[in-house]
Design a protein around this ligand. Sequence first.
Ligand SMILES: Nc1ncnc2c1ncn2[C@@H]1O[C@H](COP(=O)(O)OP(=O)(O)OP(=O)(O)O)[C@@H](O)[C@H]1O
Ligand SMILES: [Mg+2]
Length: 231
Amino acid sequence: MNLELSNIGVTVADGEATLDILHELDLRVDAGEVVAIVGESGSGKSTLVATTGLLRAPTTGSVAINGQAVNDGSLSNKEIARLRHAEIGLVFQSANLFPSLTAMEQLELVAHLDGSLNADARARAADLLERVGMSHRASQRPGRLSGGERQRVALARALMNRPSLVLADEPTASLDASRGREIMALLAESGRESGAATVIVTHAPEQLAHCDRVLRLEGGRLRDALIPADV
Ligand SMILES: Nc1ncnc2c1ncn2[C@@H]1O[C@H](COP(=O)(O)OP(=O)(O)OP(=O)(O)O)[C@@H](O)[C@H]1O
Ligand SMILES: [Mg+2]
C-alpha cells in the first residue's frame, strides 16, 4: 500500500484574511517505508495528518491511497469512512480511549466493529498488548492507567486492523525517552513487517534513527531534513 499526496493545499479563514496552512505540498510514501515529519509548532503537521488520514478534505490537490484517488468526488462519505476504518491506523497526541472499556476491550472493539471478533482477533489483541508492554494491565480501564500506558494501548489499538497506512501525530509525547524509543521502534518494525506506509510526526531527535526518511514541514511544504542536527 502506498500513499501519494499531490499539490495539497489547506486554506482556512483567519479573520478577514485567509491562511494557507499547507501549500502545494507533495508527499509519496511507499509500502513498508517509515517517514518522520518534523517542523515547528503551528507549521501544519497535525493538519497534514488529518488530511492524510481522511479526517479533513484538502482545499486543493489530491490524496491517493494505492493509486486510488480518495477526494476526487468518486467516493461517498460512507465509502471514505469505510476506507479509513479498513486501511488507516491513527495515533494522536492523546490516547482517546473509551473510558468504560478495559485495555483488551479497546482492541477487541476494532474487530467487533467489522464483525471479525473471533479467537484469532483475541489472540492478536493479546499479542499487540504484549508488544507494547501492557499485558499485565490488559483488564484495566483507562482511568487506572498512566498517560504513557494509555498511549501504548492506543498504539496497539491502531495496529489492530492491520492498517496499510499508519499515521501517528507525536505518539510519544506523553512517554519517557526510553518508552518513546520503544514505541518508535515498534511502529517502524510493525510497518516494515506488514508493508504499511508509516508517517510519524515527532519532536524527538533520538527517535529519528528508526525512520527511513525525515522531512521538515516549512512554509506549508515538505523538504528533506538532515538527521539529526537539522531537527
Ligand atoms: N480549523 C482551523 N482554523 C483556523 N486555523 C487553523 C485551523 N486548524 C489549524 N489552524 C492553524 O493552522 C496552523 C497549523 O496548525 P497545526 O495544528 O496543523 O500545527 P502543528 O504543526 O501540528 O503544531 P504543533 O506542533 O503545535 O502540534 C496553526 O497556526 C493553527 O492555529
Ligand atoms: Mg500538532
